[in-house]
Write a protein that binds this ligand. Structure first.
Ligand SMILES: [Zn+2]
Length: 253
């Protein structure tokens, strides 16, 4: 079992310990940094636990922090052997539409860094309504064509699905795949080649059914895995082997 996207440092220390304990049998967990302080916390966890790896980056909602110093810092951290991805980056017009230009600058910088170091780039894409961020990311992807990338917590946007398929994206599925109303998302999940599917939690956010309304943690990734297996008509164990293998191929765990 693998959780390819979580934020272990967003939890209280005891909660993080319990989460790590509950996922002892996992092959790998990728914890995602979102700003300079959190990147260091993610790396510290990855240094302390052999099954935990880190991604370092600047979250689009933090893009206002971008500076030459921060770029140099990211470049330095990204070369740590426990770092296996750059991000999360992308566009967030839900929380921070006002930093649009900075979000693009942060995205361009992280794209260059990822390609230079041969690391996958992790995308966060969120809009208020109408899917403006999704449409813009689809256009950006067609123009910039990152070598290897993940659409994290993929929401099923049709244009982003089409472009992601064209460019060989990995699609990360989190708790929303299990929500009753998300039939469109489950239909999208049927159109993606098995080799491009990843399981994630985005813990402590986006808990799967039947844990909605509570805090999420990596061990709950099994609920999303079971739902994805059902959607694809496969045994859960088969889907587990496929998504573990995909995570290994994508991130080099
Ligand atoms: Zn995240």
């Amino acid at each position: 079992m693998t959780d390819t996207h979580c934020h272990l440092d967003y939890m209280e220390p005891e909660e993080t310990q319990a989460a790590i304990e509950a996922s002892r049998d996992f092959k790998a967990i990728l914890t995602i940094g979102t700003n300079p302080v959190r990147n260091r916390r993610a790396l510290a966890l990855a240094e302390a636990h052999p099954q935990i790896w880190a991604a370092v980056g600047l979250h689009p909602t933090e893009a206002g922090l971008l500076s030459p110093e921060l770029e140099a810092d990211l470049h330095h951290l990204a070369q740590h052997p426990r770092v296996r991805a750059i991000g999360e980056t992308g566009l967030d017009f839900y929380w921070t539409p006002e930093t649009r230009q900075a979000q693009y600058r942060a995205l361009d910088f992280q794209h260059q860094l990822a390609d230079k170091l041969g690391l996958p780039l992790i995308f966060h894409v969120r809009s208020k309504e109408g899917g403006q961020a999704e449409t813009e990311i689809a256009d950006w992807l067609l123009q910039n064509r990152p070598a290897k990338f993940v659409l994290h917590a993929f929401g099923g946007h049709p244009r982003l699905l089409e472009v992601g398929l064209e460019l060989g994206a990995y699609f990360g599925f989190a708790g929303p795949l299990t929500y009753k109303k998300n039939t469109d998302l489950r239909e999208a999940a049927q159109k993606i080649p098995l080799s491009q599917l990843l399981i994630e939690t985005d813990a402590p956010f986006l808990p799967p059914e039947p844990h909605r309304g509570r805090r999420n943690h990596p061990a709950l990734a099994r609920y999303t895995l079971a739902r994805l297996a059902e959607v694809r008509g496969l045994e859960t164990g088969v889907m587990e082997r496929i998504t573990d293998q995909n995570a290994q191929t994508c991130f080099g765990f």
